[in-house]
Design a protein around this ligand. Structure first.
Ligand SMILES: Nc1nc2c(ncn2[C@@H]2O[C@H](COP(=O)(O)OP(=O)(O)O)[C@@H](O)[C@H]2O)c(=O)[nH]1
Ligand SMILES: Nc1ncnc2c1ncn2[C@@H]1O[C@H](COP(=O)(O)OP(=O)(O)O)[C@@H](O)[C@H]1O
Length: 208
């Protein structure tokens, strides 16, 4: 038995824009407060109501490119014409503090994370149909028609990588999809490599 197995898990969640990823993740974090969301850096301008440091660290492209050169990112990618990246320091600090960490990133970032953190657990969220994806993007009311058209077009490329993920969830009925996401998190937590230390005393007692 490997008693030095890592105690914390890095979760990666991806989806085409509008599938409901952020809504699902926010609801999951309310149910599972032991998970920390990594706040990404982006060159995308803030949407109405978005706050610096809460939704993203909004930075100019020059500053972002300097951060890439400084090696601060665990992963970074260009998505829908904007740069996005995950701070290596943020993730490593949270994991070292014993927190599970969740990254909401695209398929390109997920690929990079699988290389550097092969123990990560990745989940892809699918919309129930293209018509519903478009309806959700328009209904959110946060983006211009041009931005929505670009995101719809790019959804095909994102969805083409769904098979690279450990789990796939269809976000049709919201409560069902949230239940599926929470089940994955709970099942991962029950893995013996993560549970051995926590239950060591009981296991020794039962073996005695
Ligand atoms: N690689 C990478 N992708 C990210 C990161 N943060 C966000 N993204 C992805 O960028 C895409 C656009 O995100 P956003 O502009 O917030 O739009 P939304 O997904 O429609 O809410 C989504 O696929 C996000 O998952 C990051 O740090 N790294
Ligand atoms: N299961 C669902 N049924 C109907 N609407 C949903 C569902 N999940 C999310 N939405 C709505 O779809 C829109 C896009 O969700 P959002 O979480 O912003 O997507 P993403 O983060 O994947 O871009 C939001 O208005 C959200 O309230």
């Amino acid at each position: 038995m490997n008693t030095t197995a890592p105690q914390c898990t890095l979760f990666v969640v991806a989806a085409p824009s509008g599938a409901g990823k952020s809504t699902l993740v926010n609801a999951l974090l309310e149910r599972e407060p032991a998970i920390s969301l990594s706040i990404s850096h982006t060159t995308r301008p803030p949407r109405p109501g978005e706050q610096y440091g809460r939704h993203y660290y909004f930075v100019e492209r020059d500053a972002f490119e300097q951060e890439i050169a400084d090696g601060i990112f665990l992963e970074h990618a260009e998505v829908h014409g904007n740069l996005y990246g995950t701070s290596r320091n943020t993730v490593d600090t949270l994991l070292a503090e014993g927190r599970d960490v969740l990254l909401e990133i695209d398929w390109q970032g997920a690929r990079q994370i699988r290389k550097s953190k092969p123990d990560c657990v990745s989940v892809f969220i699918l919309p129930p149909s293209r018509a519903e994806l478009e309806r959700r993007l328009r209904g959110r009311g946060s983006d211009s028609a041009e931005v929505i058209a670009r995101r719809l077009h790019n959804s095909r490329e994102e969805i083409a990588h769904a098979h690279e993920f450990d789990y796939i969830i269809v976000n049709d009925n919201f409560d069902d999809a949230l239940g599926d996401l929470q089940s994955i998190v709970r099942a991962v937590r029950q893995r013996s490599g993560l549970q051995w230390k926590r239950h060591e005393a009981l296991i020794q007692e039962l073996l005695a």
